[in-house]
Design a protein around this ligand. Structure first.
Ligand code: PRP
Ligand code: URA
Length: 209
């Protein structure tokens, strides 16, 4: 079973509360989402392997340490996942970015794929999927499956808020995938929006609707 981890660092929780507020502007929402993603990114990259790197400083020789192991690819789920890209690229500027275009059909609630552009060597990369909202789990489930169909072997998900039913769906379908969140909320409303949640993440980031 994949691990589900709620990142409860006080700064993450403080900023999440500010972001949730109805009167938070799109500008502030984007800024807070970037800051939260950086803080979450710092936590989820703790296990990245290091290798020795001999370097010359102005005053002498030393054995430094640099990241080793597999290269990273970020995969934001459009649109809302785009709001999390800068936060992680600030930490890992060399990461490749693949884009997964999916929207949730408002009637069927099923994910509809409309765009996909990935780095070529997906199977050799550690992939971090970015999507603030994990509601029914349909979009994340479809994204993970689509990446696996393209050869991905190492996938983890970074979300802001999850509903218990969506988390369960992804865990059941993809037991090899770990999920990191800032909060697990109560559940879904009749339109499958997360309660109390933040409303429509894409609309809040981009000021649409
Ligand atoms: C939102 C969100 C997720 C999806 C979650 O995207 O960013 O991708 O809904 O819902 P699910 O878990 O029930 O599938 P949305 O479909 O609203 O598209 P948008 O980001 O383009 O607005
Ligand atoms: N998508 C969103 O943007 N918000 C939700 O609460 C659920 C799905």
């Amino acid at each position: 079973m994949g691990k589900v981890t709620v990142l409860d660092h006080p700064l993450i929780q403080h900023k999440l509360t500010l972001l949730r507020r109805k009167d938070t502007t799109s500008m502030a929402f984007r800024q807070l989402l970037t800051e939260i993603t950086m803080l979450m990114g710092y936590e989820i990259t703790r296990d990245l392997p290091l290798e020795e790197a001999p370097i010359q400083t102005p005053l002498g020789f030393m054995k430094g340490a640099i990241l080793s192991g597999k290269k990273i690819a970020l995969v934001p789920v459009l649109r809302a996942g785009l709001g999390m890209v800068d936060g992680l690229l600030n930490l890992i500027p060399g990461a490749r970015v693949g884009h997964m275009g999916l929207y949730r059909d408002p009637k069927t609630l099923k994910p509809v794929e409309y765009y996909c552009k990935m780095p070529k060597d997906l199977e050799e990369r550690d992939i971090i999927i970015l999507d603030p909202m994990l509601a029914t789990g349909g979009s994340l489930d479809a994204t993970i499956q689509s990446l696996k169909d393209r050869g991905a072997k190492s996938i983890r998900c970074l979300c802001l808020i999850g509903a218990p039913e969506g988390i369960k769906k992804v865990q059941d379908s993809h037991p090899d995938v770990d999920i990191y969140l800032a909060a697990i909320d109560e559940g879904l409303d009749e339109n499958s929006y997360i309660l109390p949640g933040i409303g429509d993440a894409g609309d809040r980031i981009f000021g649409t609707k």
